[in-house]
Ligand binder design. Structure first.
Ligand SMILES: *[C@@H]1O[C@H](CO)[C@@H](O)[C@H](O)[C@H]1NC(C)=O
Ligand SMILES: *[C@@H]1O[C@H](CO)[C@@H](O)[C@H](O)[C@H]1NC(C)=O
Ligand SMILES: *[C@@H]1O[C@H](CO)[C@@H](O)[C@H](O)[C@H]1NC(C)=O
Length: 376
């Protein structure tokens, strides 16, 4: 931290004519400046970091069958509900739960989904999500908060509306339950320009992390995120991509380079690093994304019918390590100390690609007519 100091007093004319007066003046002014500086430091030193000590919630006694909570962050409804239907069909009902965050007012029922697994699974009081803004984290926190109400939920998987599973339910279930760690992509990028110096000292630069939004959490970490009242307000204050005018029209701030910190790629890994929980993480995401770097800006590739062949899917399933350029770190994918394939889910899938995946029996035997019956 650099602190502003009072400059040397500007005394010029009197010195030549009355040397003693000049020296007295300089001395008193210096003393005054010194006193003012002391006072300034006294009253204007920024507050120390506001991070209160981490206190975990008392664990809710739970001895039954643990559930995996699947949390879908969607625009409106579930375009790939038929894939997840096939996936859940091969699960035992007590082994999972489903929660969906859609735009406010959107309800999941017979008229909006063909899969009964999603009926009524939308959360009330959802928020309007604006991409690149803290409302995205708000939606995540809402999903986690609602899912925490069920003590049987022991793992929390955050997914988008274009995500598909790559394995059957049994495989996913055992993979997740066998790990006592969360799966959170988290790395320190020296070249990172989304960090805003104003977030210091509450969030120092060396604690700032980046990583995929698509996380899987153990219960304890889900609680840390829902209970966080120190880091989230700072993201809310400094992560604004766009501003709205009074009519609700969105316009970009006039500055040349609007500070855009894409909170959903930073909030969870930064919070968990602030909370010294990084050693309780497998520092990788379980959701595969293929990035297209051919343009000036990176963007995820959408798998379509043409590039989601069984061979393409097998290639994803064979990946067993991830290289982090920024950290010069290779993450050999592990789960409870055993080497495993890195990815359980993938995005972004079109309906065509999802149909293809389904027809290959990835999730076990699937009777397509079960969906047709539901919709009639
Ligand atoms: C469901 O959970 C039980 C007990 O935890 C486990 O034995 C079973 O393999 C799980 N399977 C499926 C398909 O849900
Ligand atoms: C994790 O691995 C250990 C050692 O291989 C094993 O004993 C334990 O049962 C595993 N934990 C779970 C939850 O599968
Ligand atoms: C990547 O983007 C370029 C330019 O938009 C496009 O021509 C190309 O097909 C994309 N590649 C993939 C694999 O989608």
């Amino acid at each position: 931290m650099t602190k502003k100091r009072a400059g040397p007093p500007a005394v010029t004319v009197p010195i030549r004519r009355h040397p003693w007066l000049g020296i007295h003046l300089v001395a008193s002014l210096s003393a005054l400046a010194f006193l003012l500086t002391l006072l300034w430091i006294q009253f204007y030193t920024p507050n120390p970091p506001l991070l209160t000590p981490l206190r975990f919630r008392d664990p809710i006694p739970f001895s039954g069958k643990p559930k995996i909570a699947f949390l879908f962050l969607t625009r409106a409804g579930m375009p790939l509900d038929f894939v997840w239907h096939a996936f859940f069909m091969n699960a035992r009902v007590g082994n999972f739960s489903v929660y969906v965050h859609s735009k406010p007012g959107f309800k999941l029922d017979r008229s909006t989904t063909r899969s009964p697994f999603f009926y009524g699974r939308h959360i009330e009081d959802s928020v309007q999500v604006i991409w690149g803004e803290s409302s995205m984290i708000e939606a995540e926190r809402l999903l986690l908060s609602v899912a925490l109400d069920d003590p049987a939920n022991q793992r929390f998987v955050l997914l988008s509306d274009s995500c598909v599973p790559l394995y059957n339910f049994d495989y996913v279930y055992n993979y997740l339950i066998s790990s006592q760690k969360s799966f959170v992509d988290s790395f320190f990028d020296k070249k990172e320009r989304r960090y805003n110096e104003k977030m210091a000292p509450s969030i120092p630069r060396h604690k700032w992390r980046k990583g995929s939004q698509w996380i899987t959490l153990i219960r304890r970490h889900a609680e840390v995120i829902v209970d966080d009242d120190a880091i989230f307000p700072i993201f809310k204050q400094y992560c604004k991509r766009k501003l709205k005018d009074v009519d609700g029209h969105i316009f970009k701030p006039a500055r040349k380079k609007p500070q855009s910190c894409i909170p959903d790629e930073h909030y969870v890994p930064t919070l968990l690093s602030m909370r010294e929980l990084e050693d309780k993480l497998e520092r990788r995401t379980l959701t595969y994304t293929l990035w297209n770097s051919s343009k000036s800006s990176w963007h995820p590739v959408t798998f379509k019918y043409g590039n989601a062949s069984p061979q393409d899917i097998d290639k994803i399933k064979e990946i067993n390590n991830v290289y982090y350029d920024a950290d010069l770190r290779t993450e050999w994918c592990q789960c409870n100390g055993t080497f495993v394939p890195c990815f359980l889910f993938a995005r972004k899938f079109s309906r065509g690609a999802a149909v293809q995946l389904l027809s290959e029996g990835t999730f076990g035997p699937f009777d397509a007519s079960s969906l047709l019956q539901e919709s009639s």
